[in-house]
Design a protein around this ligand. Structure first.
Ligand code: NDP
Ligand code: 8X3
Length: 253
């Protein structure tokens, strides 16, 4: 039987690219996201292009009950055999000084990036423990490593992802479950569009003057980490465009 990967936030960006590379490599794929139409079209594309077995699950990671219900709705043979979980669903909402930030934006980031990741992990990890095998990927950010001006709550949410990755690795050690935190720098996806709430010009400007990473770069790294021998675990990995050293240093030529 082909191994199974469960990817949150696969309707665009990293999640979709990760689903694609694993589909190409004969994994069975569980994809999730809130936008049902996008989810269906990603599933259809993976089936058509790669003859992949795909199960789409339409839910919001912030909704604890919906998370539990969605995972309970999986066929038993799928649920019991999830090998890889990619906690990818996440976002930045706004870029404001702390005194100007919107509490709705703060709630959305903390509820999605931190609590959503916890809810999904709690629902999936018992099946990995039962098999004494599994690999959890948490998508952090360079914002998990350094705080930049106006990044406040987004950075805090990603620092939490970093801390939780370390905690999961320790707590799951005796169950042979690998935990890998991936910390990307600038990658051109829908991320900045979401952060700037549809302001396309502002979003485009983030990636001007240098070559940003693309979602496939991150997917390749996840695939590499996931296919190492059983005794090897990459604990964390920071990946930036060559033009970027960290959130503060970006060479726009
Ligand atoms: P995208 O906006 O392209 O993708 C985000 C994905 O997350 C979408 O599939 C979206 O699906 C899903 N998502 C967001 N909120 C929820 C929710 N409440 N419930 C379920 N799914 C949700 O951005 P990226 O691919 O760039 O981002 C993926 C991850 O990478 C995020 O955690 C982000 O913080 C992180 N990251 C991004 C970087 C970048 O430069 N792009 C750099 C470092 C980290 P839908 O809207 O359909 O629910
Ligand atoms: C996304 C990268 O630098 O915009 O996490 O925070 S950054």
């Amino acid at each position: 039987m082909s191994p199974i990967i469960f990817i949150t936030g696969a309707t665009s960006g990293f999640g979709k690219a990760i689903a694609t590379i694993f589909a190409k490599n004969n994994y069975r794929i569980i994809i999730t996201g809130r936008r049902a139409d996008r989810l269906q079209s990603v599933a259809a594309e993976l089936k058509k292009e790669y003859n992949a077995e795909v199960l789409p699950l339409n839910f919001d990671v912030r909704d604890k009950e919906a998370v539990v219900k969605a995972i309970a709705s999986l066929p038993e043979t799928w649920r019991n055999n999830i090998l890889i979980l990619v906690n990818n669903a996440g976002l930045a909402a706004g870029l404001d000084l702390i005194q100007d930030g919107s509490t709705d934006d703060w709630d959305q980031m903390i509820d999605t990036n931190v609590k959503g990741l916890l809810y999904v992990t709690k629902a999936v990890v018992p099946f990995m423990i039962a098999r004494q095998q599994g690999h959890i990927f948490n998508i952090g950010s360079v914002a998990a490593k350094q705080v930049y001006e106006k990044g406040n709550v987004y950075c805090a949410s990603k620092f939490a992802v970093d801390a939780l990755s370390q905690g999961m690795r320790i707590d799951l050690l005796k169950h042979q479950i690998k935990v890998t935190a991936i910390h990307p720098g600038a990658v051109e996806t829908e991320f900045s569009n979401v952060r700037f709430k549809g302001d396309e010009e502002r979003a485009k400007a983030v990636y001007k003057g240098y070559q940003p990473l693309v979602a496939e770069d991150i997917a390749n790294v996840v695939y590499y980490c996931a296919t190492l021998p059983p005794h090897v675990c990459i604990n964390e990995l920071v990946i930036t465009p060559t033009a970027q050293a960290n959130p503060f240093y970006l060479d726009r030529g």
